[in-house]
Write a new protein. Structure first.
Length: 345
C-alpha cells in the first residue's frame, strides 16, 4: 500500500488570514514530499471558505515547483462545472508544466450550495450524468479529432491543445460510491476513489466489495486501482485521541451544515455552530469519529490500515482537513510518516 496526502486551504473563522493558510497548505505538501508520500491531492470548490480551492490546477502547478517526487492530483475536479474541451486542454497544460506528474480525479460534486451558484437548477442525479458524459470526452480529446453530440455538450472534431505529456493522458480517478458509479469508472478504464462516511470499517469493506463486483462485471478491462480517502489523525496518546475526536467531530458538523445548505452564509463563512448544536447532532459525535476515521496512536493506526491493505486497497489518502491548528496537523502528519508508513515499506 502507498500513501498520499489530501489537503485544502480550510478557513473556518474570519480572523484566519488566507495567504497564511495557503502557505500552510504548501508546507504540508512539502512535508509529504520530503516524507516519502506518493501523492498530494487537492480538490475544487467555489465560494466556500470551508475548503478554498477554486482551481486545483493552479495549486498543483505551484506545488510542482516546490516538490520533487510526489504525484499531484485533483481530488477532485467537479465535472458539471467544466466544458470537456476546456478541461482536456487545461489538464494537459498542467501535465506539461508538471512534467507528467498529474493525476486527474473527477467527481459529480456534493454541495447544493455550489450547484445553485455554478449550474442553477442542477441536482445530484443530473451532475452524475454530466460526469458520465465528460470523462469519455476528455479521453477522446486527448487522443485527438474527437467530436461529440451530447446531452450537455456538442462540438465538431477537436483535439486537446496541448496534448498531455503522459502517454494516453494523466490517470483518471472517479469518485464512486454506488455500484453504478463503480461500474462506470471501470468500464471507462479509470481508477476509483472511495470515501467512507459514517458506518465505520463495515462501510470500508462494503465499498471494496462493490469495487470487486464491478471489476468482475468487466473481466476484459485491466483491473484499475482503488484509493481509500479517510480523515486521519495520529495521536501521541489516548488523551490526544480524545481531543482530536472532538476537533474532527466539529469539522464534520460544519461539513454537514454546508451539505444541508440551510444555514446562513456571509463572506464565504457559514454561520457559527454553537456547542449545543454540535452536541445535539443526530449521528456525529466524538465516539463516531473514532469509529469511522483513523484517529489513533501509531500502533492502532497501523493495525487498522493493515486491515485495509488486506482488503485490497492500493492507496491510503491521509485526509488532513480537520479544523485543527497547523501545529497539530504537522505533528500528526510527522508521526504518520515516521511511525506508521515504515510498517508498510
Amino acid at each position: 500500500m502507498r500513501f498520499s496526502l489530501f489537503v485544502h486551504m480550510e478557513r473556518t473563522a474570519a480572523e484566519q488570514d488566507q495567504k497564511e493558510l495557503y502557505d500552510q497548505f504548501v508546507a504540508l505538501a512539502k512535508m509529504a514530499d520530503e516524507g516519502g508520500m506518493h501523492a498530494v491531492w487537492t480538490g475544487e470548490h467555489h465560494g466556500m471558505d470551508f475548503t478554498i480551492a477554486p482551481n486545483p490546477f493552479l495549486n498543483l502547478i505551484d506545488l510542482a515547483r516546490q516538490t520533487k517526487h510526489v504525484r499531484l492530483g485533483t481530488g477532485t475536479i467537479i465535472a458539471p462545472f467544466w466544458h470537456p474541451i476546456r478541461l482536456a486542454g487545461e489538464a494537459a497544460m498542467a501535465d506539461m508544466i508538471m512534467e507528467g506528474r498529474l493525476d486527474l480525479g473527477v467527481a459529480r460534486g456534493a454541495y447544493s450550495y455550489e450547484y445553485e451558484r455554478m449550474v442553477p437548477g442542477m441536482d445530484a442525479w443530473d451532475a452524475g450524468q454530466r460526469m458520465r458524459e465528460l470523462v469519455p470526452a476528455v479521453k477522446g480529446l486527448w487522443e485527438g479529432d474527437y467530436a461529440q453530440e451530447g446531452v450537455y455538450h456538442s462540438f465538431p472534431a477537436t483535439t486537446s491543445s496541448p496534448r498531455p505529456v503522459q502517454e494516453g493522458g494523466p490517470p483518471i480517478w472517479v469518485a464512486a460510491r454506488d455500484p453504478n458509479s463503480h461500474e462506470f469508472a471501470i468500464e471507462q478504464g479509470c481508477h476509483v476513489q472511495v470515501t467512507p462516511l459514517w458506518q465505520g470499517d463495515e462501510e470500508i469493506t462494503r465499498l471494496m466489495d462493490t469495487f470487486n463486483a464491478a471489476c468482475a462485471k468487466y473481466p476484459d478491462v485491466t483491473r484499475p486501482q482503488i484509493m481509500l480517502l479517510n480523515h486521519t489523525y495520529i495521536a501521541e496518546d489516548a488523551q490526544d485521541v480524545a481531543q482530536a475526536a472532538q476537533e474532527i467531530n466539529r469539522f464534520y458538523c460544519y461539513f454537514g451544515a454546508w451539505f444541508q445548505n440551510k444555514r446562513p452564509v456571509s463572506q464565504g463563512l457559514i454561520a457559527p455552530l454553537s456547542d449545543d448544536e454540535i452536541a445535539a447532532h443526530p449521528f456525529y459525535s466524538p465516539e463516531a469519529m473514532v469509529r469511522d476515521n483513523v484517529i489513533a496512536t501509531p500502533e492502532d493506526a497501523t493495525r487498522r490500515i493493515k486491515s485495509y491493505e488486506a482488503l485490497g486497497y492500493d492507496e491510503y489518502a491521509f485526509w488532513i482537513d480537520s479544523g485543527m491548528s497547523f501545529e497539530r496537523k504537522k505533528a500528526s502528519l510527522a508521526r504518520f510518516m515516521t511511525q506508521v508508513m515504515p510498517a508498510f515499506a
